[in-house]
Design a protein around this ligand. Structure first.
Ligand code: AP5
Length: 214
């Protein structure tokens, strides 16, 4: 099964996407994680992407489209993939459709996760991530057992550079302007589901499981 998860910043795509992908036996492909890895490794793409990400803007389409094509056609994606954070605008969705047709692939589920802005802000402002293994925590909703260190590997926890309030506001603006139009693009499509992602992690996961079961 190939799945697209989309929705606003902080709605829980990363938290739910990795768990859902594991359950389905497919690989999670998180565009933001791919870009952050490229920034960390200081690749040419990473250096190009950094300024856009720090400012809360979208990285140019030609950069992300090439990265996604490489990833969805890699051998470990042969059983299926879950896209988190791609596509993020209509031109990217059109490019994905062309790419899928070219490689004989199909998307079985497109799931839109939604929650009110007040909840998104709370989630983003409290997010903590492990520097070593990337596991995500939240200061209030899922705090680490020991302050500042990861429950899974003991690594140091940090706050993402783009989780500052001013950058969050910019990201929400970009979402409203560029990503929300994807709702019109996908809402009539076969396999489209909209779920309420404002509940706790277990409730949202249950709604996602129901959506993938159809
Ligand atoms: P990206 O990393 O994709 O950021 P995003 O879409 O803004 O989404 P987030 O990762 O912030 O949130 P999430 O929905 O995954 O929430 P999470 O599960 O972590 O992209 C970053 C940047 O990269 C972009 O701004 C752009 O510059 C660039 N980029 C990426 N894709 C691109 C593309 N296609 N084109 C161009 N540029 C691109 O949850 C957030 C917090 O809430 C966590 O602390 C979590 O523990 C907590 N939480 C989650 N669910 C719940 C719940 N139900 N209850 C309580 N707490 C919860």
């Amino acid at each position: 099964m190939n799945v697209i998860l989309f929705g606003p910043p902080g709605v829980g795509k990363g938290t739910q996407g990795s768990r859902l992908a594991e359950k389905l036996g497919i690989i999670p492909i998180a565009m933001g994680d791919l870009l952050r890895a490229a920034v960390k490794e200081e690749t040419a793409l990473g250096l190009k992407a950094k300024g856009y990400m720090d400012a809360g803007k979208l990285v140019p389409d030609e950069v992300v489209i090439g990265m996604i094509e490489e990833r969805i056609t890699a051998p470990d994606a042969a059983n299926g993939f879950l896209l988190d954070g791609f596509p993020r605008n209509v031109p990217q969705a059109e490019a994905l459709a062309a790419m899928l047709a070219k490689h004989g692939l199909k998307i079985e589920r497109v799931i839109f996760m939604d929650a009110p802005e007040s909840i998104l802000l709370e989630r983003l402002c409290g997010r903590l991530i492990c520097k070593a293994c990337g596991f995500g925590f939240h200061r209030h909703y899922s705090p680490p057992r020991e302050s500042g260190s990861c429950d899974c590997c003991g690594g140091e926890l940090y706050q993402r550079d783009d989780d500052r309030e001013d950058v969050i506001a910019q990201r929400l603006g970009v979402y409203a302007e560029q990503t929300q139009p994807l709702l019109d693009f996908y809402s009539g499509a076969e396999g489209f589901f909209k779920i309420d992602a404002s509940g706790d992690v277990q409730d949202v996961y249950a709604a996602l499981e129901k959506a993938v079961q159809g």
